[in-house]
Design a protein around this ligand. Structure first.
Ligand code: PMP
Ligand code: GLU
Length: 389
């Protein structure tokens, strides 16, 4: 068969592909532990599930407005007010089928063919592909383990081109776990605004920070709504990855354009999940705090274990639920990069991890610690054995 040229611009999602491989091995009776995919282990909180059950019982199963029901758009506004004292109107919000759609919408609506997008590297695996399929060109702004995976405005300055249109700012970061301070976020956003560059802030891990308070760029949005959009969703902090709830906070005109696109592509987000989203965003947040504390505990346990691995350099992540150790000191001619290390770990330790190549850094591998303490510690011990024996 002949497929469209545009399909050559993208690869399958590496994180989802590796998870599928681990699930397949499990289904064939091979005991594999997956530290590959970024999804919380906790069940979705009961009050959220109850709201969805009620929606089904009440037959809330018809089409809704494309950007979401008014209560859901208002619930997103309540979230920004409650967490960041930022005031938004429902017209500034679109609910999407996961953060991924929120990202895709914004890229398709804003990018012209050949526009450059500044992308801090290491980056989440889906960004470059989505930028490319939207016609843009990812311009990597590189950092590495020796710099704590951070970038600052001088790095952006060096990467600037005459066609730079946008920057993606993901904090806390997948895969590095870097959580920028408010001052760091402000400096990066200010630089973008000074250079007339639109900021797409992916804050999907904003509630999962371990060494300070949540940080957001939304106060910039309040002042300059035409220069920045905020992406978030419920997959992580509310443990709802399968429900597919994402949203964008943006200028009213941007939201209208996203609705026009989404109305042709997928219509609105699932009506039942919208009711669940209202229960989550307008409900108690102690479930989020409970989960945050469990990730904090696991981060510290995992860091203590990895610090005993000779040669491996692992930065203490400030947020999200990933470790991104630099394992390059262990490379050999037979095992020359992150991909080979992951293949070795799958075969010898029966643990699935994601090669750093998927995130733009072949010296590293990514481990998710969103699994139970016992599973995590057992997997780390097996990894150590496979690496050093
Ligand atoms: N942004 C980042 C940085 C992510 O890690 C993810 C992972 N799923 C997403 C966006 C999208 O998540 P979802 O589509 O499940 O909302
Ligand atoms: N974002 C998660 C991850 O990086 C989920 C998988 C995906 O959507 O790529 O593992």
């Amino acid at each position: 068969m002949n497929f469209a040229e545009r399909m050559k611009k993208i690869k399958p999602s590496a994180t989802l592909a590796i998870n599928a491989k681990a699930l397949d091995l499990k289904a064939r009776g091979i005991a594999v532990t997956s530290l590959a995919v970024g999804e919380p282990d906790a069940p979705t909180p009961l009050h959220i599930c109850e709201a969805a059950k009620k929606a089904i019982d009440e037959n809330f199963t018809k089409y809704t407005p494309v950007p979401g029901i008014m209560d859901a758009r208002k619930a997103v506004c309540h979230y920004f007010q409650r967490q960041y004292q930022v005031t938004a109107k429902p017209e500034n919000v679109i609910l999407t089928t996961g953060g991924k759609q929120s990202l895709a919408n914004t890229l398709f609506v804003l990018l012209n063919d050949g526009d450059d997008v500044l992308l801090p590297c290491p980056y989440w695996t889906s960004y470059p592909d989505l930028i490319r399929i939207a016609g843009g060109n990812p311009v990597l702004v590189k950092s590495d383990s020796s710099r704590g995976f951070r970038i600052d405005p001088s790095d952006l300055e060096k990467a600037l081109t005459p066609r730079t249109r946008m920057m993606i700012l993901n904090t806390p970061s997948n895969p590095t776990g870097v959580a920028y301070s408010q001052e760091e976020v402000d400096a990066l956003v200010q630089w973008c605004f000074d250079h007339d560059i639109f900021v797409l802030a992916d804050e999907i891990y904003d509630q999962l920070v371990y060494d300070g308070k949540p940080v957001s760029a939304s106060h910039w949005w309040e002042k300059f709504p035409e220069k920045i959009a905020i992406l978030n969703g419920l997959s992580k902090a509310f443990s709802m990855p399968g429900w597919r709830v994402g949203y964008t906070l943006g200028h009213e005109e941007l939201i209208k354009q996203c609705s026009k696109l989404q109305g042709q592509m997928t219509s609105h987000m699932c009506s039942i999940a919208q009711k669940a989203a209202v229960a989550a965003l307008d409900g108690p947040y102690d479930c989020v705090e409970e989960m945050r504390l469990s990730f904090l505990r696991r981060r510290d346990k995992a860091m203590a274990e990895i610090s005993t691995w000779p040669g491996v350099v692992c930065r203490r992540p400030g947020g999200a639920f990933y470790l991104f150790p630099d394992v390059s000191a262990l490379f050999t001619p037979e095992m020359p990069n992150g991909e080979a290390v992951c293949a070795h770990l799958l075969e010898k330790a029966r643990v699935a991890c994601v090669p750093g190549e998927a995130f733009g850094d072949p010296n590293c591998i990514r481990l998710s610690y969103a699994v139970s303490d016992d599973v995590l510690m057992d997997a780390l011990r097996r990894i150590k054995e496979a690496l050093y024996n």
